[in-house]
Write a protein that binds this ligand. Structure first.
Ligand code: HXC
Length: 277
């Protein structure tokens, strides 16, 4: 039974994740930006173990490349960012079999990236797809996007951050309602609740995310990474520890060439030339 269901993964012999770098914006290649696409549209980009492993490998490789200063993550096909973890693959699992695979560990790779990561969400971001979007630093959503954590309807709960990141993003009262009922929300409601950074017309989703990534990639990377890490720590630390960490990071940047250059350029009234050191 398990094998029958598991073997139905479409596109078994082609990559399920595409990487374009540099990504191409409307005006040509975008310096320092990579575009990563979940490429399993026939299953609404359902996040099989193999797809997640390929995604983690791709993102970790990009994160280790100093030429890559911002990443956009999207789903192929336009109908979905990702409709969740692959239900077919999990259906016959037991606590032991699913833990033994250890494959859920790869989901955590996204939250460990140091490079800014922007989700460009068109269509469904449900279950693990919503969790994946929330593990990114920002979400640019199509006006047709749908977000939700429908896991209770399958007899489980979110398993990759849905109860934790959604609660931090929109607060306990609203997270409780969404997770306990499995209700989906549209892009405008997601924007009102503070889940997404920006809502744009569907066809502009990836270009808008690339444009945002391009603006980040043009800035001094040490400062950008420190800023990302400091904000991420706001969820992890008590305020006093977070403030202390922020101050240390701020002071540390005064050892960088880019700080000297940035402040000198301001005082000289000229554009800064960043070296990333
Ligand atoms: C496997 C999936 C899938 C999924 C869609 N498909 N979602 N396959 N896992 N999560 C497949 C369908 O089986 C179908 O394949 C094809 O994609 C198109 O989907 P349809 O259902 O025919 O499309 P539509 O009728 O338009 O409905 C779209 C939908 C629905 C509302 C998004 O597909 C849906 O409810 N999907 C499941 C959403 C969900 O419950 N996600 C949470 C999963 S649990 P075939 O071969 O039939 O054409 C989870 C836990 C995370 O994410 C834990 C992380 C650690």
């Amino acid at each position: 039974m398990t094998e029958d269901r598991g073997s139905k993964e479409a596109g078994a012999d082609r990559p399920l994740v595409r990487v374009e770098r540099p990504a191409r914006g409307p005006d040509g290649p975008l310096d320092g930006v990579a575009l990563v696409t979940l490429d399993r549209p026939e299953a609404l980009n359902a996040l099989s173990f193999r797809l997640v492993a390929e995604l983690a490998d791709a993102l970790e490789a990009l994160d280790g490349d100093p030429e890559v200063r911002a990443i956009v993550l999207t789903g192929a096909g336009g109908r979905a960012f990702a409709a969740g973890a692959d239900i077919r693959e999990m259906a016959d699992g037991t606590p032991e079999s699913l833990a033994a695979k250890g494959s859920f560990d790869r989901w955590d790779a996204v939250g460990r990236l140091r490079t800014p990561l922007i989700a460009a969400v068109r269509g469904f971001a449900l279950g693990g797809g919503c969790e994946l979007a929330m593990a990114c630093d920002m979400i640019v959503a199509a006006d047709t996007a749908t977000f939700g954590q429908p896991e209770v309807k399958l007899g489980v709960i979110p398993g990759a951050g849905g109860t934790q990141r959604l609660t931090r993003a929109i607060g306990k009262a609203r997270a409780m309602e969404l997770v306990l009922t499995g209700r989906s929300i549209d892009a405008r409601e997601a924007e009102r609740l503070g889940l997404v950074t920006r809502v744009v017309p569907a066809e502009e989703t990836v270009p808008a995310a690339l444009e945002l990534a391009g603006r980040i990639a043009a800035l001094p990377p040490m400062a950008v990474r420190a800023a990302k890490e400091a904000i991420a720590r706001a969820d992890e630390m008590p305020l006093s520890a977070g403030l202390a960490w922020e101050r240390q990071a701020f002071l540390g940047l005064f050892a960088s060439d880019d700080q000297k250059e940035g402040m000198a350029a301001f005082l000289d009234k000229r554009p800064a030339h960043w070296t990333g050191r």
